[in-house]
Design a protein around this ligand. Structure first.
Ligand code: SAM
Length: 290
């Protein structure tokens, strides 16, 4: 359907060079800025609610954000079982932070976001994503490049969640082996790192790259899947790196006990979905284990 005379459509440009774009009608633009790090736009769409895009790439939508944030957070924390210290790299909208602080067992969470504008404008224009989590007393919010932070960190973490943009712009450094090695150096024994690793059907090389690098750093290098409608192209991969092989195979009964003890409801995550997320379709296994 052709755009109307005054309609604005925000184009998803992640796959533009490959010859694919999709677009979201912006019924109302709430904020738009060149932040100095990246182009940020927050707008309302009839189907997905309020959305944010950075450098033309969809980051978060009110309608489907719960899937990504629950699966990036509860899988590593419940698999670990004793996560007291959590590090979030990126995550400016606060969705990962919101899910992390639901775990009363987490004593301290450090969040390292490169662009304060993202946090400022998401708190103001997308408050439902962080839902007050930025006020949690356990939070240490650091505005810095995540790659530099892990190079210089003098603290260790049980779980590291890399909620980055795609490997373009400021996010590119978070896909390099040097970052993964430095992050591995910040993990406690038996700790686990998970990474936003794109949609393998569209970005197979990105997942392959991370798994290869993880393979040179950790005893276990793998991924798990969840399908987020606005990350187009099928299920999205979440990179998994750890030296503790048992974390990927926690028995269902144990996950159920841990989830029950955590004492909160979810809309996507369940212990069964957690287990199933590691069952990779052949085409993803061929990418991840090539
Ligand atoms: N869920 C989204 C996705 O899957 O693409 C990611 C959401 S979150 C908005 C991504 C965040 O990573 C942004 O706030 C961005 O500013 C931040 N970021 C990008 N590069 C970074 C870096 N080098 N260090 C820290 N944060 C970074």
């Amino acid at each position: 359907m052709a755009a109307g005379p005054k309609e604005r459509w925000v184009v998803e440009t992640l796959y533009e060079t490959e010859g694919f774009t999709c677009s979201f009608r912006a019924d109302e633009v709430r904020y738009e800025e060149e932040t100095g790090q990246q182009h940020l736009v927050i707008f309302d769409n009839a189907l997905f609610g309020r959305m944010m895009a950075l450098d033309g790439i969809t980051q978060v939508t009110e309608r489907d954000e719960f899937i990504y944030h629950e699966m990036m957070t509860h899988v590593p924390i419940l698999a670990h079982g004793r996560a007291g210290n959590v590090l979030i790299i990126g995550g400016g909208d606060g969705g990962i932070l919101r899910e992390v602080v639901r775990h009363k067992s987490v004593e301290h969470v450090t969040m390292v976001e490169i662009d304060p504008a993202v946090t400022d404008f998401c708190k103001k224009h997308l408050p439902g994503i962080s839902a007050g989590a930025f006020d949690d007393p356990r939070l240490d919010l650091v505005f810095a490049d995540g790659a530099k932070f892990v190079e210089e960190a003098d603290r260790k973490f049980d779980v590291i969640i890399v909620d980055s943009t795609d490997p373009v712009g400021p996010g590119e450094v978070l896909f390099r082996e040097a970052f993964y090695r430095a992050a591995a150096g910040c993990l406690t024994p038996g700790g686990v790192i998970v990474t936003q690793n794109g949609v393998p059907f569209m970005q197979g090389a990105e997942l392959r790259g991370t798994i290869e690098k993880f393979g040179r750093i950790f005893k276990v290098a793998s991924c798990y899947l969840a399908t987020i409608p606005t990350y187009v192209g099928g299920p999205m991969a979440m990179g998994w790196g750890t030296d503790d092989a048992s974390l990927k195979d926690i028995p269902l009964a144990e996950l159920e006990a841990r989830f029950a003890a955590a004492g909160f409801d979810t809309r996507y995550y369940t212990p069964e979905v957690h287990k199933a997320a590691f069952a990779l379709p052949r085409y993803v296994r061929d990418i991840a284990e090539a």
